[in-house]
Design a protein around this ligand. Structure first.
Ligand code: 3PG
Ligand code: MG
Length: 403
């Protein structure tokens, strides 16, 4: 199905430049482990077992943000996952980096410095322009091949992602391959039975294009989260308004009101909205309210139990389910009902299923669901949304061109 070369096509014992995406939350300057590390560690272990010498290229944060840190901590987290030492080199393509790369032997792995610390990495430019940068032109001759495993960054036209495939032999890593195959299924596979999409989370601008673009493939959309509340507001309910200082709703309403109203009327009965919502009562307990009795002043944190049950029932009769975004604030156990009931229904059912959006995937771990019970748990955010809308990912596109 895919038209790029994969690491199965590599000769053994090559010198490889491997782009991974371990962009992760940083707390007090310390990078936090997440599913991305574990997944890339599998690719790396496989490459090392084939006697390749591996230099890892990655990014973290963006200049100006407090998540913009070096990759020293990332090397340690990867080392934990791999059960072996991972050298960290505080340089990307200068003398220090080149020396460390030249000293790499078969079965060795090192991490180069945060690619976004190089000026040529970030500006979004055409792959041909990126291929011509000093960054790419300096590193490419040091290696036999380039492997892109960074599916979750494949929507960015940055030097480390799109420059190398035009300058040297290029292959997709395991994460790239599995993410691409599962996330493109909505566009590329035919499903005989019902296809359901569960959409939640916080950003209307992410979800509206998904609804509009998969129109012909999806039989019903189950909405929740902040976006679900905005649709309820468009449907005439007293919900989806900011309360005491929150800034989730009103600006999105101002920006997207017309589109939401249009989508709501166009998709009508295929678009399912919550029939009840949950909030915190005076005693700190979960309280549920039918949508007809909702109050503007209350902050709602989850879909209600009736809604959760209805969505879970719909999942059980589906042949394929795609999840993007949480139905409630699942980090708080009291408001995890919607998200967890839907995920549990998917896990129990033998449907083709993809769960994506960094946060939603985290609920799988938090509530002891087994990743194996889903066809695919995506580690991608923006790239996953683009895959659902059928938009090309520039990082995948150049791999295909290179092949
Ligand atoms: C991500 O974490 O979603 C990717 O690594 C892309 O990062 P960016 O949104 O900062 O470009
Ligand atoms: Mg299952």
């Amino acid at each position: 199905m895919t038209t790029f070369k994969t690491i199965d096509d590599l000769e053994p014992a090559q010198r490889l430049l491997v782009r991974i995406d371990v962009n992760a939350p940083v707390s007090d300057g310390v990078v936090q482990d997440n599913r991305r590390f574990a997944r890339h560690a599998e690719t790396i272990a496989e490459l090392l077992a084939d006697d390749h010498a591996v230099a890892l290229l990655a990014h973290q944060g963006r200049p100006g943000r407090d998540t913009f840190v070096t990759l020293e901590g990332h090397a340690d987290v990867l080392a934990d996952h791999l059960g072996r030492n991972v050298e960290y080199v505080p340089d990307t393509f200068g003398e220090e980096a080149l020396e460390a790369i030249r000293n790499l032997e078969a079965g060795d792995v090192l991490v180069l410095e945060n690619a976004r610390m190089c000026e040529e990495e970030l500006p979004e430019e055409a792959p041909e322009v990126k291929a011509d940068t000093e960054f790419v032109q300096t590193l490419a001759p040091e290696f036999d091949a380039y492997v892109n495993d960074a599916y979750s960054a494949a929507h960015r036209s940055h030097a480390s992602l799109v420059g190398f495939p035009l300058a040297m032999d290029a292959y997709a890593g395991r994460v790239m391959e599995t993410e691409y195959t599962a996330n493109s299924a909505i566009r590329k596979r035919e499903f005989d039975g019902t296809v359901t999409m569960v959409l939640g989370g916080t950003k209307a601008e992410d979800l509206i294009p998904v609804i509009e673009r998969v129109d012909d493939t999806v039989d019903r959309f189950c909405l929740g989260g902040i976006v679900g509340e905005l649709f309820l507001r468009a449907d005439g309910h007293d919900v989806g308004y900011d309360v005491d200082g929150t800034e989730f709703f009103d600006h999105q309403w101002d920006d997207h009101r017309e589109t939401i109203e249009r989508v709501l009327s166009e998709y009508g009965d295929r678009l399912l909205l919550a029939e009840d919502l949950a909030s915190e009562d005076g005693a700190g307990e979960r309280a549920e309210t039918a949508v007809g009795e909702i109050e503007k002043e209350t902050s709602y944190l989850d879909v209600g139990s009736d809604t959760a049950e209805r969505y879970a029932d719909l999942v059980r009769e589906s042949e394929a389910v795609f999840v993007k975004g949480a139905l409630g604030v699942f980090e708080d156990e009291r408001f995890a009902t919607g998200t967890v009931e839907v995920l549990s229904a998917i896990a129990e059912t033998d449907c083709f299923s993809v769960v994506g959006g960094g946060d939603t995937a985290r609920a799988v771990d938090m509530y002891d669901l087994e990743a194996e019970d889903f066809s695919h748990v995506s580690v991608a955010g923006g790239a996953y949304v683009r895959a659902l809308t059928g938009e090309e990912l520039v990082g995948v596109d150049v791999l295909e061109r290179a092949a």
